[in-house]
Design a protein around this ligand. Structure first.
Ligand SMILES: NC(=O)c1ccc[n+]([C@@H]2O[C@H](COP(=O)([O-])OP(=O)(O)OC[C@H]3O[C@@H](n4cnc5c(N)ncnc54)[C@H](O)[C@@H]3O)[C@@H](O)[C@H]2O)c1
Ligand SMILES: N[C@@H](CCCCN[C@@H](CCC(=O)O)C(=O)O)C(=O)O
Length: 908
């Protein structure tokens, strides 16, 4: 049986406010225990456990699957807690997960029910945040939301929580009467962090020319449990005590900042080495002349390094009230004598930093020790070799720790002179380890430890969001969020400010090009968090904003306002909204997309606002226009007239990777690709205007394209070609055709999807994230009009007949799994769902590359009457490990145009 180790009366959930008192009481009495609010002192609601009378009516609790990080193997409760809860009459659902470190069968043995659907639960507990699209409206959730410092990346989650009227219990806000957190993984972060940094030191020493006993210590997750790790650390310690550390590195000193669980966990592991703890003032001495058969440790509390700027004194009461009046002497008094810093302090804005970038520059100057240096036995380049920043507050107490490292890639080097971070343990700089999910490396012990702390409080959760608005106590998050954004925009100072919207297939080269100029400050905003992080992570001076520009128009306006130029690489349907914001704030805009009627309508307002808006600045449209105009202008110079213009372009997989029924893989917006098959088209052929209606007829106007006989290509018309006669100045042409290229077979296969109603952009509420999940088989039955329970062969037969017995089309439908039991991804429309599904099925694999093929044919009549055909070909391959051909040919023209607008605003 679990023991309740804390008094409930002492527990306070700081985050609650009395305005929502009744909702909380109703929540708590509806499921768990009887709680009674007994005091409303200082604006907080303090709960006392009135009596431990458990309700006998079965209440349902769910442990959700962790799905945001591949390394997340923890759970909030272990089987022993589940056992206790089930014995108390709870029904405990456990979402299946092969990734969880504690096996499902142990939860089952404890009485848990393994079940995917957890919508029945009144409280859903997890460790980390769920993805926004998995939130269930109006539920009570407990997890680490990482929103209380208005963390940019999690603001869309908070918005979604409020929108869906979810009540959030945030573990970070569960505190006791002294304000101390009561549930945390801290100790295990400390333990894992210490193991990792000893491993990192082994690698770093080796890179500096020293084999050390640390080489035999692995990363924390390589050990089955912490006892195994302790054994490895002890073995290393034994070798140190035998005097096997190279003498030229001198005595090693480890400094632990903070006195909480993190620091204690790290010290616990450190104790397995032959260590001696000294007072901070003794550090200087032992770092010079200490015993090489030991390692030295110092635990640093606030009073050791914080001083009031005015008088050099430390007053703890005053410090709590006015941390901004204090500074840290860590940089001068401690850091010069520290080999490895283990940082475990909680940092908040206005509290003094331990180390700034300038401090690091000073600390990286060589020190000369008494031992002397020879080629085979070099001295260390400087004393401070490594920092394990367990607090992992980016830009926090260690100012230059601007990006957390990961379990996969745990170390980086900070070179203070260059102010760059590189992913290696070699070269000059300080070795940094700043993983922010350390306890996930020791998941079983971390789960049991956390569960022990959470269990007694499971009913009393800190509410920070309730009923669709931030509770009064948490309104500060909104303010903090706004001030952070303002600060970010100020940080850009005199820079030319560019807002890049979208982080998709073609955004990479845009960012790469613009960041070449250090006078350009860039913000990237996108709704896809991981994609956004992936895109921006290698640029330290780029600000990323995770947001939905459609749902959060206000934020979009405020962002646009703070920039001089917007580049929209969003789906083209979003451009008119962006353009309106640009008009309102008089900010220039560049897109790679077609000038649609909706954009054209804004022309007058654009002119009235005096801004520049450039469209069609990619590949097709984009480079095709430029190549055509170069040729047309030259022809006109010699008096020739253009009699025909045909331009075909295809973004394709390279031939060796065209290995699927569609012979196609996505290199740009999948939904855009699919929708293009149902566009209408208009073109001029030998003086006759041909109109093709929308809805798929395009795919019947396919012609073989054999200008490169080695490639088996087909082509179909693309949108309205005739509208280019005037801007190109080729009204003389009798043929004007722009088209799309694909490998032969594509159009026929796509035709099947059109027949089945899969390329339908209309809203389809059954696929929304709040509707019950559907399988492809169920959806297909609905589309065909048969019962969802129909057997596979019945559905297949019905589909076959809808496809007019086309075996090739049926084969593609089956190959994509559209008759099977895979879930249909949540989306606004059927084509949206198909795009997401196909994106997964038709990606470029590792080592595969794309290709773009463009052919322009321009027929000229010379003044002599002589006819000439000019051919302009463009073939580009993607880089195996770099940018795709599509990204390069769209992104660079867009970026170059953007730069021209920035540099010479009235050039266009
Ligand atoms: N001219 C050309 O040759 C050419 C070629 C390719 C793409 N394009 C156009 O360029 C644009 C970008 O193409 P891509 O292939 O990178 O597209 P993509 O679909 O890969 O990327 C779209 C991006 O927009 C973001 N996004 C979508 N909806 C959002 C919302 N509501 N709020 C915030 N972010 C949102 C997505 O997260 C994603 O990062 C598209 O308009 C596309 O049609 C033009
Ligand atoms: N036509 C080619 C190349 C397409 C490049 C993408 N162009 C988009 C532009 C859409 C927009 O943003 O307006 C298109 O739809 O053709 C092919 O399809 O392979």
């Amino acid at each position: 049986m679990l023991k309740e180790t804390r008094s409930f009366a002492q527990t306070r959930f700081e985050s609650y406010i009395y305005m929502h008192y009744f909702t909380t009481l109703s929540l708590l009495s509806s499921g768990f225990t009887m709680l009674r609010a007994f005091s409303h002192t200082d604006g907080r609601c303090v709960f006392r456990h009135a009596s431990k009378r458990w309700h006998h009516r079965k209440s349902v609790l769910a442990i959700r699957r962790e799905d945001v990080n591949a390394w997340e193997r923890r759970a909030p409760l272990a089987p022993k807690h589940v056992k206790e809860l089930t014995q108390m009459g709870y029904k405990v659902l456990v979402q299946p997960s092969n990734r969880r470190a504690i096996h499902e069968k142990d939860y089952v043995k404890a009485g848990g029910i393994i079940q995917e659907d957890i919508s029945e639960a009144s409280l859903i507990v997890g460790v980390k945040r769920p993805p926004e699209d998995k939130l269930i409206p109006k539920k009570n959730y407990a997890f680490f939301s990482h929103t209380i410092k208005a963390q940019e990346a999690n603001m869309p989650l908070l918005d979604e929580i409020l929108r869906q009227e979810i009540r959030l219990f945030d573990y970070e806000k569960m505190v006791d009467h002294k304000g101390m957190r009561v549930v945390a993984f801290g100790k295990w972060a400390g333990v894992a962090g210490m193991i990792n940094i000893l491993h990192g030191l082994g690698l770093r020493f080796l890179a500096l020319g020293h084999n050390t006993p640390f080489m035999h210590i692995g990363m924390a997750h390589n050990y089955r449990n912490s006892s195994q790790a302790v054994q490895a650390v002890r073995d290393a310690g034994y070798e140190i005590s035998l005097g096997l550390m190279p003498k030229s590195v001198g005595p090693l000193t480890f400094v632990f900042t903070g006195t909480g669980n993190v620091s204690k966990g790290a010290q616990e592991m450190f104790n397995a080495l032959p260590c001696e703890f000294v007072e901070p003032h003794e550090l200087k001495e032992v770092s010079r002349s200490g015993d090489l058969r030991k390692v030295y440790g110092t635990v640093l509390s606030r009073h050791h390094h914080l001083v009031r700027k005015r008088d050099g004194l430390y007053d703890p009461v005053d410090y709590d009230k006015h941390p901004e009046l204090y500074t840290s002497r860590f940089n001068t008094d401690i850091a010069p004598y520290t080999t490895c810093l283990i940082n475990g302090i909680y940092w908040e804005q206005h509290t003094p930093r331990l180390l700034s970038r300038q401090d690091a520059q000073k600390l990286l100057v060589p020190v000369r020790s008494a031992t002397g240096s020879t080629e085979g036995c070099p001295e260390l380049p400087h004393k401070l070799l490594a920092i394990c920043d367990i607090s992992a507050d980016t830009g926090g107490s260690i100012e230059f720790m601007t990006e957390c490292t990961t379990i996969d890639s745990p170390f980086c080097m900070y070179d203070a002179d260059q102010h760059i971070i590189h992913d290696s343990v070699e070269g000059s700089g300080i070795l940094m380890c700043s993983i922010d999910n350390l306890p996930a490396q020791l998941p079983i012990e971390a789960t049991e430890y956390f569960g022990d702390m959470l269990f007694p409080y499971i009913e009393e959760m800190a509410v920070i969001a309730s009923n669709g608005s931030l509770t009064a106590k948490y309104e500060y998050i909104q303010k903090l969020r706004e001030s952070r954004e303002h600060a970010q925009s100020l940080k850009m100072g005199n820079k030319k400010r560019v807002l890049l919207l979208g982080s998709g297939y073609v955004s990479g080269p845009v960012l790469e090009y613009l960041t070449r100029d250090s006078s350009v400050g860039i913000t990237v905003a996108s709704v896809m968090k991981e994609q956004l992080e992936q895109l921006t992570k290698k640029y330290s001076n780029v600000t990323s904003v995770h947001m939905d520009v459609i749902k959060d128009e206000e934020k979009l306006s405020s962002l646009v306002k703070k920039h001089e130029l917007v580049i929209s690489l969003l789906p083209y349907s979003a451009h008119p909204l962006v353009a309106k914001k640009c008009i309102d704030s008089k900010v220039n805009l560049v897109t790679a997309s077609y000038l649609t009627p909706a954009m054209k309508e804004l022309q007058e307002s654009v002119e009235a606002a005096g801004i520049t808006v450039i469209s069609e600045m990619g590949l097709d449209p984009g480079l095709d226009h430029m190549l055509a105009m170069e040729c047309i202008d030259k022809a006109k110079e010699v008096g020739a007239t253009v009699v025909s213009y045909t331009s075909f372009c295809g973004g394709l997989p390279a031939p060796e990777h065209s290995d699927n029924p569609l012979r196609y893989k996505f290199s740009w917006s999948p939904q855009g690709v699919l929708l293009n098959t149902v566009q209408s088209a208009t073109y001029l052929k030998n003086g006759e205007i041909i109109n093709i209606p929308a809805g798929g007829a395009l795919l019947d106007s396919v012609t073989p394209m054999d200008f490169f006989p080695g490639l088996n290509l087909e082509g179909f018309p693309n949108r309205d070609s005739t509208k280019y006669a005037e801007p190109y100045g080729i009204q003389t042409a009798h043929t004007l055709l722009r088209g799309t290229l694909r490998y032969k077979g594509y159009s026929k296969t796509m035709g099947g999807f059109v027949k089945l109603g899969l390329i339908n952009p209309d809203p389809y509420p059954l696929l929304s994230s709040t509707s019950p999940p559907l399988t492809w088989k169920e959806l297909m039955c609905k589309l065909i009009g048969i019962k969802p329970s129909a057997e596979y062969h019945v559905l297949k037969e019905a589909v076959f007949s809808k496809l007019e017995k086309d075996e090739h089309q049926l084969e593609a439908v089956e190959w994509l799994g559209l008759l099977g039991d895979e879930p249909v991804p949540a989306a606004d429309s059927i084509v949206g769902a198909l795009a997401k599904h196909m994106e997964k099925k038709l990606p470029f694999g590792a080592g595969e590359r794309d290709m773009i093929v463009m052919r322009n044919e321009i027929g000229l009549r010379h003044p002599s009457g002589h006819l000439e055909d000019k051919f302009i070909d463009l073939v580009v391959y993607g880089d195996n490990k770099g940018y795709s051909a599509m990204a390069k040919t769209v992104g660079y023209p867009t970026a170059i145009a953007a730069k021209m607008v920035l540099d010479v605003p009235c050039v266009f």
